[in-house]
Design a protein. Structure first.
Length: 124
């Protein structure tokens, strides 16, 4: 499946697999060139995300999340998604400004969330 989307991201690839869930990401590196490989997880790796797009307000969101005790391992806008999900669940999308599509796996609840921006600029 990753080979089928190789043309979308020549800068890297990443995989997450657990039981009956698999996430595949092909990367076109724009933000956090060195540390933005995906999938990206929260601190205990119970939430995993693969993401395509750009979150324009991620610096402000990151600052708010850090003030609430979240710890970031990268400078990527992608990592904001897992921490927003921890605080807001599926309502995290209400906080996002940008163009995006993502798949987020919550291992604790055994739920997969798929989302994209309101205009559908990025393929899901």
């Amino acid at each position: 499946m990753g080979d089928a989307i190789a043309h979308r991201g020549p800068d890297g690839e990443g995989f997450f697999r657990s039981n009956n869930v698999g996430l595949i990401h092909r990367r076109l590196a724009i933000i956090d060139l060195a540390g933005g490989d995906q999938p990206i997880a929260n601190e205990d790796e119970s939430v995993q995300v693969v993401f395509n797009g750009e979150i324009y307000n991620y610096p402000e969101l990151r600052q708010q999340l850090e003030s609430r005790g979240h710890v970031f391992r990268t400078n990527s806008d992608t990592e904001v998604l897992v921490h927003l999900y921890e605080d807001f669940g599926k309502d995290l999308v209400k906080h996002l400004r940008g163009m995006f599509a993502f798949a987020l796996w919550d291992a604790r609840q055994r739920k997969l969330m798929l989302a994209r921006d309101h205009l559908g600029q990025k393929p899901l």
